[in-house]
Design a protein around this ligand. Structure first.
Ligand SMILES: *Cc1c(COP(=O)(O)O)cnc(C)c1O
Length: 384
């Protein structure tokens, strides 16, 4: 299986036809426990928190897609992130990107600071020199998102991995926005990849799920222990849905990226748009790094509406195909204002300092017909 291409792996790894029945699709093993022949003698499964065949198939598949050796499916992206932080000794310091997913920021600030005595420095990871200045004796981890959310900055993953190796820090990449179809952080030297599988990996907006993938036995053992000890596992039914979603990950990502590129170019030309942030635009400052480390530029677009907050809300009230909702990565197009929605949990002064203004709009471009999407945006922009 190792030599197969991405889509072949997505469709087949871990998903051999069921040996008992020939079922081509991995069955949903809806069971909490497994009968043992005699005490301790069983077929590899004892209790579904510790391991379940549907989840195991999924974990093999996602590990293969990220070029890792071990994968772990969680009940949400944040549950996976929580386990990563819990794998560190109490009192550890993390260096994280300053343009961080709002829920990750809340987890660090409002849960792990008091619970794990965690310290976090939020820095601009597009400037490696700043990272070296932030390293302290208790620094144990660097936490990266690329593209970042919502500003779609691209962080040079090879540089971060090299720095982490130099200072013996564990490097973590939240690969939710890119997916392994566009970039494989473990191949670029990262230790851990984490996902909100709720987004592109599943792709159909019908489950909440998280993932951790690593290629290091010691980290894998720690994470396996914590996954079982803390218990935030993905259910067999959701594992089945995620396996089904993964089968089309490559074709979905191709369509997302193609539509997003066309829409970004349309918005960049539009009089009612102040500025577009999309790494696929040649004049975007992050374009060269994106071109180097990603297969394409992703399905997310961020842009500033001309006219401030009231114009922005009017625009959002007038889109129809783009549904006003948090989340991203599904086949249907979504639109939101980070300052009022996904990033509202970040204090206003920090938001503004980091460039998350009230007229900033984020699109999750779906795979509908691009002409319909453009017409929808154009109509809503004219309504301002
Ligand atoms: C959604 C998201 C998360 C959190 O994942 P959940 O599945 O919602 O718990 C983490 N990181 C990024 C980049 C996300 O978009």
């Amino acid at each position: 299986m190792e030599d197969y291409g991405f889509s072949t792996k997505a469709i087949h790894v871990g998903q051999e036809p069921d040996s008992a029945t020939g079922s081509i699709i991995t069955p949903i093993f809806a069971t909490s426990t497994f009968v043992q022949e005699s005490p301790g003698k069983h077929k590899g499964y004892e209790y579904s928190r510790s391991g379940n065949p549907t989840r195991a198939a999924l974990e093999k598949c996602v590990a293969a897609l990220e070029e890792g050796t071990a994968g772990f499916a969680f009940s949400s992206g944040l549950a996976a992130e929580s386990v990563i932080v819990d794998s560190l000794p109490s009192g550890s310091h993390i260096i994280a990107t300053n343009d961080l997913y709002g829920g990750t920021f809340r987890l660090f600030e409002q849960v792990k600071k008091s619970g794990n005595q965690l310290e976090v420095s939020y820095v601009d990871l597009t400037e490696p020199a700043v990272i070296e200045q932030s390293i302290k004796p208790n620094t144990r981890m660097i936490w990266v998102e690329s593209p970042t959310n919502p500003l779609l900055k691209i962080i040079d993953l090879k540089k971060i991995a090299a720095l982490a190796a130099k200072y013996k820090l564990i490097s973590v990449c939240d690969n939710t926005f890119a997916t392994p179809y566009l970039q494989k952080p473990l191949q670029l030297g990262f230790d851990i990849v984490v996902h909100s599988a709720t987004k592109y990996l599943n792709g159909h907006s019908d489950i909440i799920a998280g993932f951790i993938i690593t290629n290091q036995a010691e980290l894998a053992a720690k994470i396996k222990f914590l996954q079982n000890a803390e218990g935030a596992i993905l259910s067999p039914f959701d594992s089945f849905l995620l396996l089904r979603g993964l089968k089309t990950l490559a074709v979905r990502m191709q369509a997302h990226c193609k539509n997003a590129q066309t829409i970004a170019e349309f918005l960049a030309r539009h009089a009612k748009v102040e500025k577009v942030l999309y790494p696929g635009l040649p004049d975007n400052p992050h374009h060269p790094v994106a071109k180097d480390q990603m297969a394409a530029f992703g399905g997310m677009i961020t842009f500033f509406i001309r006219g401030g907050s009231s114009a922005t809300i009017k625009f959002l009230d007038n889109t129809h195909l783009f549904s006003l909702a948090e989340s991203l990565g599904g086949v249907e197009s979504l639109i939101e204002v980070p300052a009022l929605m996904t990033h509202a949990s970040i204090p206003k002064e920090i938001r503004e300092k980091n460039g998350i203004a009230d007229n900033l709009v984020r699109l999750s471009v779906g795979i509908e017909d691009v002409d319909d999407l453009i017409q929808d945006l154009d109509h809503a922009l004219q309504a301002i």
